[in-house]
Write a protein of this length. Structure first.
Length: 250
């Protein structure tokens, strides 16, 4: 339980509305409409991941979301020159750098900040100067947290994918090991003065322990919410996620 009861922010990732649209081609369902609905349902931000192969959202979706929503936009992207140009043209509230491999189905691991620190330091400088809060998507690993602080990133997002997988498998021992790593990494991040976020693979049943990590101030959640929207609607799914997050912070 978190003593101060501080409110955790929820960033809703709408990429998979685009996945559904792209499966058929055409314009439906419209990712901007989902973003506006999420905003109305109380999301604190909209997250979009412009992948190099444009398999989810496209450049025109970035234009539409940036122009259409009032809440902060978090643009996830690989640390490439092309993506830097796009981010600098849009100046979103936040830019989250993620590792990207073309063959992966989703973002599989964290960024190797420690192994690429000089390049990443130079890469994030213009983004920071343009006013975007730069976040690095990293594993719960002390070496990566330290490297993120060293290169001057103000925010880290902890990859909770392994924790989510162990929850799904019912492997409680491995889940608890991951959870301990996440608690330690979040505490270390705060010690270094970093803002700490978390995301990947969260759903109604596994979100509680992550929402209870005291240093975490934002969760970014997408695939489960969009899937659940098929059954109960996006607004109801967001409301229930918010309820579960609040319960963890009572
Ligand atoms: N945060 C980051 C940095 C991500 O790359 C993703 C996946 O795109 C998410 C959060 C959301 O993950 P999910 O769609 O599994 O909720």
């Amino acid at each position: 339980m978190v003593a101060d009861g501080s409110r955790l922010r929820l960033g809703v990732n709408i990429d998979h509305v685009a996945t559904l649209r792209n499966a058929r081609g055409g314009a439906d369902p419209d990712p901007l409409r989902a973003a506006l609905l999420a905003q109305q349902a109380g999301a604190d931000g909209i997250t979009i991941h412009l992948r190099e192969d444009r398999r989810h959202i496209r450049d025109t979706d970035v234009d539409a979301v940036m122009a259409g929503v009032q809440i902060p936009v978090n643009l996830e992207m690989a640390a490439t020159e092309e993506m830097q140009r796009i981010a600098l043209a849009h100046r979103p509230h936040a830019v989250c750098l993620v590792p990207e491999r073309r063959e992966e189905r989703t973002t599989e691991g964290g960024l190797n900040v420690a192994g690429d620190d000089n390049r990443l330091r130079d890469y994030i400088t213009p983004l920071r100067e343009a006013g975007s809060r730069v976040s690095l998507f990293i594993a719960a690993d002390e070496v990566q947290v330290e490297a993120a602080a060293r290169i001057g990133a103000p925010v880290i997002e902890l990859h909770v994918g392994a924790y989510a997988e162990y929850c799904a498998e019912g492997n409680d021992a491995a889940r608890d090991v991951e959870l301990r790593k996440l608690f330690a990494a979040a505490a270390l991040g705060k010690e270094f003065g970093l803002e700490v976020h978390a995301g990947h693979g969260l759903n109604f049943t596994n979100v509680g322990p992550i929402a209870a990590i005291p240093e975490v101030v934002e969760l970014n959640i997408g695939h489960f919410l969009i899937g659940e929207a098929v059954f109960i609607g996006l607004e109801a799914a967001i409301h229930e996620m918010r309820r579960q997050m609040n319960l963890a912070r009572l």
